[in-house]
Write a protein that binds this ligand. Structure first.
Ligand code: PLP
Length: 225
């Protein structure tokens, strides 16, 4: 297995290329190391390589990595979240990327007593049944309704593109996400700055960066499986 450091070097070069091709500043792109397949030791190796954002898709894994990195990295919750488990991660996960329903929003609001929880709204652009997330036309009314919940802040939108051998084919999905973010930003809602786009995984992150991703989520290519 490659070291995280050597994988990270190659990925940074690729991010640089994608930014150059699209006239973006690499400083706008945050890489989240998705550590769901790997040990706490490997997560610490990523932190030692300079990666300060880790992604986990299960509550148990998120708490385990939270303990392991002891404040040296932010934990991003990127998986489906059962409402009853939300309280376990509030205050420990810096961001929740998978907000996709009112009942979960209410629960996060209720459990965020002293804090404001930063959330991404998950969007299912392709309409694949296997994927979580709101259909694009439901995103704006959903975010508007969240105005009533003072302990939530909607910092961006998140999506998982369908897997394609040829990553180029995912480009329309990412482009649509960028347009959708634009519509939300035009509303200038105080509770929803919606400046971020969490999109792009190991197979398609370069295309995602070209189309405006601010947060890419890399598991296999960065820390391994
Ligand atoms: C596992 C996972 C990733 C990382 O996938 P790789 O293809 O291994 O980079 C990104 N986002 C989510 C939501 C995931 O569950």
């Amino acid at each position: 297995m490659n070291t995280v450091e050597s994988n990270w070097k190659a990925i940074k070069r690729n991010i640089g290329r994608a930014c150059e091709a699209s006239g973006r500043d690499p400083g706008e792109v945050t890489c989240i190391a998705v550590t769901k397949y790997v040990s706490p030791e490997r997560a610490i190796e990523a932190v030692n390589a300079g990666i300060t954002n880790l992604g986990e898709n299960r509550v148990e894994g998120a708490l385990e990595k939270y303990e392991a990195v002891s404040g040296r990295a932010d934990i991003h919750f990127i998986g489906t979240l059962q409402s009853k488990k939300a309280k376990k991660i509030i205050g420990k996960c810096a961001y929740i990327h998978s907000l996709d329903r009112w009942s979960l929003a209410e629960e996060i609001n209720k459990r965020s007593e002293e804090t404001v929880t930063e959330c991404f709204v998950q969007v299912n652009v392709s309409g694949e049944e296997s994927k979580a997330g709101l259909s694009p036309e439901k995103v704006e009314p959903f975010i508007e309704s969240l105005m009533k919940l003072p302990r939530l802040r909607i910092v961006g939108l998140m999506t998982l593109a369908p897997f394609e051998e040829d990553a180029e084919r995912t480009r329309p999905v990412f482009r649509q996400m960028n347009e959708l973010r634009g519509h939300i930003q035009e509303k200038s809602w105080a509770h929803a700055p919606c400046s971020y786009l969490s999109m792009g995984m190991s197979n398609d992150y370069m295309v995602a960066v070209e189309e405006g991703a601010t947060h890419i989520r890399l598991g296999t290519s960065l820390v391994g499986e």
